[in-house]
Every structure is written in C-alpha cells, then in structure tokens.
Design a protein around this ligand. Structure first.
Ligand SMILES: [Zn+2]
Ligand SMILES: [Zn+2]
Length: 416
C-alpha cells in the first residue's frame, strides 16, 4: 500500500519542537494579558465573501491563495487566510461593540494560503495577533507597535528592525491613487501582467509585487506619505512621537502597504535577519473602515499578526523547564504492582513519573530511565519491598541512597 504523507505545505509538530510552540503560546497569553487583551477563537472556515469583501478582491491573497470550496449545500466557503476579518465579523455578529470600549482581542491559530511552500512558509501556517477596536488615538498605534516588538524581545527574537508608514485614508487616498495611476501608466508595458491589471483595478497593490522589474519601477512611483491629508499626516506624526517617547527605533518605509486592502493610516512591519536575509515576521496597522465595510458601526480598529513558524525560526531555544523527572524501576512481580501503585500516587501529587511496563528486566528498565532523561530513578526491588524501603539513584552523579518509604514524601519535597 502507498505510504500516506501529510499534504504538501503542511507539517506535523511533535516533541521536541512542540515544546517550543507551547512555550511560545504560553508567553503570548501571559504577555498580552498585561494589556488587557482577551483571547478570541473564530472558526477555521467562513463564508468566502467575508474575505473577498474584507481583504480586497485585488489582493494576492484573495486572487491566488485562498482555499475555497463549496459545501454540500452549495455555499462557497474559505479556510481563513488571516484572522482580522473573522474577528471583525464576530464583533459585529455578537454586538460586542455596544459594550465597554476599547475592545481588545488576541488570537493564536492556523491560517491557510495556497502559496509556494518554502522555509518557514507553509500552506497551513500559524499566526498570533491582536486587534483593538474603538480607539482612534495615536497612542494606541504606538502601544500596539511597542507590544509587538517588546513581546518578541522577551522571547529572545534578535536582529529585529521596525518599519513604519502611513497608507492614508478614504479622504486622501483616492487623490493619491489617481496620481499613482497616471505615473504607473507611463511605464505600463514594463510591468508584469498582474501589475498591468492592477494599474486599472487597484494600483496600490503594485507595491506588493515581488517581480524584480516591478519593484524597481515601483521605486520611482509617487509615495502615499507625500500625499496625506491633514488628519492622516498629523496622526502619523504623533505616532512617530509616541514611538520615540517609548525609546523605539524605527525606519520609515514609504513603500510599505502591507498587501491587504483594509489598512488605513498606520502600517508597520517587523523583520528579523537572524537567518540571513531580512524576513518579515510580524506586521499590522490601522483599519478604520473595515468594521463599517463589513456591516458594523463606524468603528476604528488596529492590530497586527505574526507568523509563528517564522518567529520560531528566529527565536533562541527557550529556557529549559527545570521540573525534575522521575523514573520508577522495579524487580519482580510484587514490586511491579507496588511501583504501579506508587507512580500513580506520585502523579496525583504533581510529580512527573516515567514507568516502563514492557520489560521486567531491571537492567533494561534502568537503561530506559537514562534514555528518557530522568533526573532520579526510584527503585523497588525485593529488598526494598521486604523492608518497606525505597532506593533512589541520582542519574547524574550515579549516587544511590536507600530510605524508609515513610520518608519518601519528605525527600521528594526537598529534592524535586
Ligand atoms: Zn487621510
Ligand atoms: Zn508586478
């Protein structure tokens, strides 16, 4: 029979890698609670329309990368390619907007994009992110950016750079797009076919193109930051001031438009170069029109999402958990039953116990204890059973002691 493998672009995550993931997820929960974020979990699939309306029809994501299927009732469904649109949908559906502001959510979970798999890039990949609703203050922008970068620092991601930009609003962007279209049209035949189409449908998306010749052509196109309205430009200035108040270094990147249509005003990206090339590991921005566009109130929003696989590639090994592990070894049938009882009593008290049922040979069990990385082996052999004692072997120093069973609790409290 043919061997069945995981689908291309997906992967199984197991020990020891899974420990890195658990550490990372644990850190997210602890860190973002400091800012009063609450977790939200939305479905993995949604009506396709949510993403085409939310993210934008002309984006790479919607054009090329969505996993869309028809369910048995003929409805078009899509595996979520990102989580912001779903969080907004949920906010509107449950009328969360009528409660206390601002609303703060964080999420962790799998996303799906039909992309070319490469190092750190999967078709089922994972993101964590935050969303803040109902607050238009440039302090919030700076706080969200600060939390993203500071969080990554706390988990030992190094060699990071922060890039920021403003992508304008519905007042200033149309005028800019007109100028952009006129300029882009002058070189239309030199752009790739995708970009040639974008010039007429959504020229801002030209800046997302990864084709070398388009990138250099885009360099000479007008920048949105030079065409901001009064409101956008003062907001952008204040965001930069607030970042400076927090002592943060940043680089302005006038071409940063973040690939999704919903952004307004602030856009930002964090890259890490630990693995050589500068790679974006987290990005986000303000989306003041999205809630309204998806049928809710006129409510501002801001957030970011980080690619967990890519962040883990750039993260140093987490500090090892120093909880002591115990192996229990036995000799003879009576001792096996006794060890079975003891190991489960100790687990009830919170100790990590390994026991091997597969071999009754004492020597083989000890070998297994070493392989499993136990710190101590508790030994129950005929002698110990007869005298109501237990031997304890330190697997590092090889030292072995024998104590009365009644003293075991005391010894464990002191040594584990
Ligand atoms: Zn504006
Ligand atoms: Zn192009």
């Amino acid at each position: 029979m043919n061997k069945l493998n995981a689908p291309k672009g997906t992967k199984d995550i197991y020990s020891p890698e899974i420990e890195k993931w658990q550490y990372f997820e644990d850190r997210i929960r602890k860190y973002f609670t400091l800012f009063n974020y609450k977790e939200i979990r939305t479905p993995i699939f949604e009506r396709s329309e949510l993403f085409s309306r939310g993210i934008g029809n002309e984006t790479e994501v919607v054009q090329k990368e969505m996993y869309t299927f028809e369910d048995k009732a003929g409805r078009s469904m899509t595996l979520r390619p990102e989580n912001t649109a779903s969080v907004v949908r949920s906010l509107i559906e449950h009328n969360l907007m009528n409660e206390l502001f601002p609303h703060r959510f964080y999420y962790i979970g799998p996303m799906f994009r039909y992309d070319k798999p490469q190092k750190g890039r999967y078709r089922q990949f994972h993101q964590f992110g935050v969303e803040v609703f109902g607050d238009n203050s440039p302090y919030v922008d700076a706080e969200v950016i600060f939390s993203a970068l500071d969080f990554l620092h706390t988990i030992n991601v190094t060699d990071m750079k922060l890039y920021i930009n403003s992508v304008g609003c519905s007042d200033c962007r149309p005028g800019y797009l007109e100028k952009l279209t006129i300029e882009a049209k002058k070189n239309k035949e030199h752009f790739c076919t995708d970009c040639q189409r974008k010039i007429d449908t959504n020229p801002l998306r030209i800046f997302d193109c990864k084709v070398e010749s388009c990138i250099s052509l885009a360099d000479n196109l007008p920048n949105i930051t030079d065409h901001l309205c009064e409101d956008c430009s003062s907001h952008y200035k204040e965001v930069k001031n607030n970042l400076q108040l927090l002592g943060m270094d940043f680089t302005e990147n006038k071409k940063l438009v973040r690939g999704l249509d919903y952004y307004t005003k602030t856009a930002f990206e964090i890259t890490s170069s630990k693995l050589g090339a500068q790679n974006a590991i987290l990005g986000g921005g303000r989306y003041n029109n999205l809630v309204k566009e998806l049928g809710g109130q006129d409510l501002p929003g801001i957030g970011f999402s980080g690619g967990i696989e890519r962040i883990l590639l750039n993260m140093d090994t987490p500090p090892s958990d120093n909880t002591k592990k115990l192996f229990i070894a036995y000799q003879g049938d009576d001792a096996m039953a006794e060890a079975f009882k003891l190991s489960n009593q100790l687990r009830k008290k919170g100790y990590i116990i390994y026991q091997d049922y597969s071999s009754k040979k004492f020597g083989k069990q000890l070998q297994k204890g070493i392989k499993l990385g136990a710190d101590f082996t508790l030994i129950l052999a005929e002698d110990e059973i007869a005298n109501n004692e237990i031997s304890i072997k330190n697997m590092q120093t090889r030292e072995q002691i024998k104590i009365g069973r009644e003293d075991l609790d005391k010894w464990l409290k002191k040594n584990c």
